[in-house]
Ligand binder design. Structure first.
Ligand code: SF4
Length: 63
């Protein structure tokens, strides 16, 4: 499962980072980034949770 963040939508509230720090990171520019391009399948549920919890609907899943 490959998550992607639309930086035009991300508001930097870091909810995704709280939910799944293995995959998401907040950087100095105030935006969240995907730090693991090929996350372990054991993180799928947390990634889905981050997608559902993102208030800006900025996270999508490629596969
Ligand atoms: S939860 Fe959404 S809006 Fe918030 S930092 Fe993550 S990607 Fe950005």
């Amino acid at each position: 499962m490959k998550p992607k963040i639309d930086h035009n939508l991300c508001t930097g509230d870091a909810i995704c980072v709280d939910i799944c720090p293995e995959v998401f990171e907040l950087r100095d520019d105030g935006l969240a980034y995907v730090i693991d391009d090929d996350p372990d399948p054991s993180l799928d549920d947390a990634i889905r949770d981050a997608v559902d919890s993102c208030p800006a609907e900025a996270i999508s899943i490629e596969e």
